[in-house]
Design a protein around this ligand. Structure first.
Ligand code: S3P
Length: 173
């Protein structure tokens, strides 16, 4: 059993993933961090130097490499399930959980640190809001292909604990 957390940028995949991994005693990997470590440069640099298509190929490559063993939680990048057959691949190799976080929370979180995310660089607050709603329309079909759709209503929700309580049995705990 493995868990892949999917969802928009700022939906809480890394934060929830780390916490859930602690609760389960499993390993945690953030796919973006892993990719940056392996490539020796930031995602910003990869986008700027080699373009988005190259980044998507690397993302798929490292997605396949990251699952060295069961009992691992992978926080994927927001676009990962939306390219190639990544979503189907994740569904075949583990339990996919979509963190369905409302636009208001995403905007709140993403308005700071946009310079670290190539898709958000240089946007104003209102452009960010429009970008998130447009991209969510484009990506929802992919995200909703996850095995579990987990609705988040409140930024303070203890998502990892709730997931643990709900899925401990399925996950074999
Ligand atoms: C992206 C999300 C980012 C990162 C890259 C592209 C996207 O990951 O992979 O900047 O296309 O949504 P996070 O969701 O971890 O921010």
């Amino acid at each position: 059993m493995r868990i892949f957390l999917i969802g928009f940028m700022g939906s809480g995949k890394s934060h929830v993933g780390k916490r859930l991994a602690q609760l389960l005693g499993w390993d945690f990997v953030d796919l973006d961090d892993y990719l940056e470590q392996q490539e020796g440069r930031s995602i910003n640099d990869i986008f700027a130097q080699d373009g988005a298509d190259h980044f998507r190929k690397l993302e798929q490559h490292y997605l396949h490499k990251v699952i060295t063993h069961p009992k691992i939680i992978v926080a994927t990048g927001g676009g990962a399930p939306c390219f190639f057959d990544n979503l189907q691949w994740m569904n075949r190799h583990g339990l996919t959980i979509y963190l369905n976080t409302p636009i208001s929370i995403l905007t709140e979180r993403l308005q700071y640190g946009m310079e670290h995310r190539p898709l958000l660089q240089g946007k104003t607050y209102w452009e960010l809001k429009d970008f998130i709603s447009d991209k969510l329309v484009e990506r929802s079909n992919y995200y909703e292909g996850a095995s579990v759709i987990y609705k988040i209503n409140d930024a303070k929700q203890l998502v990892a604990k709730e997931l643990y309580n709900n899925f401990a049995q399925i996950i074999g705990h």
